[in-house]
Design a protein around this ligand. Structure first.
Ligand SMILES: CC(C)(COP(=O)(O)OP(=O)(O)OC[C@H]1O[C@@H](n2cnc3c(N)ncnc32)[C@H](O)[C@@H]1OP(=O)(O)O)[C@@H](O)C(=O)NCCC(=O)NCCS
Length: 152
């Protein structure tokens, strides 16, 4: 039986900005602006990876370089495509690019209540280094950020 075709993962272009912003706005309380996202499409210190299929943006990931470390700044998969491994594929593609760039460690922040993101990171080798109390604004007040990292 033929294998299902997996959408390729490739660097974003400026044309991806509006679709990335629209996808992010489905989840984020403070969505990324197209201006901020455009910076990640220039692929200098800031990088964006996207997965598109049938003309549709299914997911994207943002990371940036901080001296010899990488900061994983966002990863989003469209609701109807979640739970199918795309988040993991985006993450593994980014980690492999970070390692190829000679970076030694990847760090990130995640909302304490974001179970799916925490599982995605833990399954891919991230561990919790600390907690930033009340870091995120929520509809009800504030929420802690977990600081996570893994070696590359
Ligand atoms: C976090 C996110 C990117 C995961 O993408 P995804 O494509 O669903 O991830 P995967 O299918 O690769 O799943 C990876 C692991 O995450 C966990 N996971 C995924 N969806 C989950 C859910 N709804 N509940 C609990 N765990 C979940 C599972 O452990 C899964 O591994 P498994 O399938 O081997 O059990 C996606 O849920 C998303 O876009 N969320 C909204 C945006 C967001 O919160 N981004 C994180 C910012 S820090």
């Amino acid at each position: 039986m033929p294998e299902a075709r997996l959408p390729a993962i490739c660097p974003a272009t400026l044309d991806d900005g509006p679709a990335m912003a629209a996808l992010d706005a489905q989840f984020a309380l403070n969505p990324w602006t197209t201006t901020n996202l455009a910076r990640y499409c220039e692929h200098d210190r800031f990088h964006a990876l996207v997965s598109r299929q049938d003309g549709e943006l299914r997911g994207f990931l943002l990371y940036s370089r901080l001296v010899d470390e990488a900061s994983l700044d966002n990863v989003v998969v469209g609701r109807e495509h979640q739970g199918l491994g795309l988040g993991s594929r985006l993450l593994l593609a980014a980690l492999s690019r970070m390692a190829a760039e000679g970076l030694s460690r990847c760090v990130l922040e995640v909302r304490e209540s974001n179970l799916s993101a925490k599982m995605l990171y833990q399954k891919n080798g991230f561990t919790v280094d600390g907690v930033r109390q009340g870091y995120y604004v929520t509809e009800k007040g504030r929420e802690n950020a977990l600081l996570m990292s893994r070696r590359l």
